[in-house]
Design a protein around this ligand. Structure first.
Ligand SMILES: Nc1ncnc2c1ncn2[C@@H]1O[C@H](COP(=O)(O)OP(=O)(O)O)[C@@H](O)[C@H]1O
Ligand SMILES: [Mg+2]
Length: 317
């Protein structure tokens, strides 16, 4: 089948993006090594279990269901990305897992035990920079360790180790305002990991970074994850980021929020930026695009009024 040309009269829901990409590979087809890797992951213990989770808010118009019927199991050291349109409940979902918010019904089990509040077994990194501006980089990382009851010298040496892990040992005496956005997020990751959480929960942590820094941070995070015994739950709205980082991608839909698909990412590890244009990468990204972007039939796009602001005869298509 070759790419087709559409006229405006062809507009119909059938003419989705699929028709423009007839050669896209099957996003479910896994190479034997990828299949074997998922086999191994499935044999690891379940670290996080979510059972029929629902979150509602009372509003003046009645009950607003943020999301419902969310059930999933995540295995130890999996890297899970969560993607979905704005407002589908991604942050609320992660806040409930973090114990910062309560579910309306259902339950979250961490290592088989119900979650009923925040705890050191879950570390958080948010999009906004959350370092204490009055503390040096080292003291920011030490803070949680001292709060957990470690003595100053233990906290100091452990903080140095975590800063070395994220490549910032030379900046231990700097203050947050002296760091770039990417470096601040590396400190935030070091601070979260220093408490040795079972799960690292990251809510669009690279959302405020420029595209190049973001790419570097993704690669840093994969390197860090490889060295640390931690499971990662990572929210993003960036399709490339979701595919580049994850083992599985939880795709959420909206109105009400729900799980649309939980995709096993067929892209091989170790990951590299060269894979971004590979058929496997594009197949998964294309599937995400289909699920997340509304289907706009050709010719159905909103037409703006024809008000001409140029005098010259210089029409563009
Ligand atoms: N405290 C609250 N009271 C009422 N509605 C809320 C509250 N917090 C979040 N919501 C609603 O829950 C929905 C999901 O929000 P959120 O989890 O932030 O979505 P996402 O992170 O996917 O963009 C939104 O419609 C939001 O308005
Ligand atoms: Mg959010």
């Amino acid at each position: 089948m070759v790419a087709q040309c559409f006229s405006e009269s062809d507009a119909s829901a059938e003419h989705t993006m699929m028709h423009y990409n007839p050669a896209i590979a099957d996003y479910r087809a896994q190479a034997p090594e990828v299949q074997a890797r998922f086999e191994r992951i499935r044999q690891r213990p379940v670290i996080l279990s979510v059972r029929d989770l629902q979150k509602c808010y009372a509003t003046d118009e009645g009950t607003h269901v943020v999301f419902e019927n969310v059930s999933l199991d995540i295995h130890r050291r999996e890297f899970i990305t969560v993607i979905g349109p704005s407002g589908c409940g991604k942050s609320t979902f992660l806040r409930i897992i973090a114990g910062l918010d309560d579910a309306t019904s259902g339950e979250v089990l961490l290592d088989g035990k119900p979650v009923s509040g925040p705890g050191p077994d879950r570390g958080m990194v948010f999009q906004g920079y959350t370092l204490f501006p009055w503390l040096t980089v080292r003291r920011n990382v030490m803070f949680g360790l001292e709060m957990a009851g470690k003595g100053a010298s233990t906290a100091e040496s452990e903080a140095r180790e975590w800063l070395a892990m994220v490549g910032l040992e030379k900046f231990e005496n700097a203050y947050p305002h002296e760091l770039s956005g990417g470096m601040k997020q590396r400190v935030a990751i070091a601070r979260a990991l220093a408490a040795e959480p079972r799960i690292l929960i990251m809510d669009e942590p690279f959302g405020a970074l420029d595209a190049i820094t973001r790419c570097k941070m993704q690669s840093h995070l994969l390197q860090i994850w490889k060295k640390v015994d931690v499971t990662i739950l990572f929210i993003t709205h960036d399709l490339d980021e979701a595919v580049y980082l994850s083992d599985r991608i939880l795709v959420m839909g909206t109105n009400p929020g729900r799980v649309v698909e939980f995709i096993e990412n067929r892209v091989q590890r170790p990951r590299s930026v060269q894979q971004i244009l590979s058929p496997e990468f594009l197949a998964v990204k294309h599937r995400l695009d289909e699920l997340i972007h509304p289907v706009i039939a050709i010719g159905d796009e909103e037409k703006l009024p024809m008000v001409k602001m140029t005098a010259a005869n210089d029409e563009i298509e």
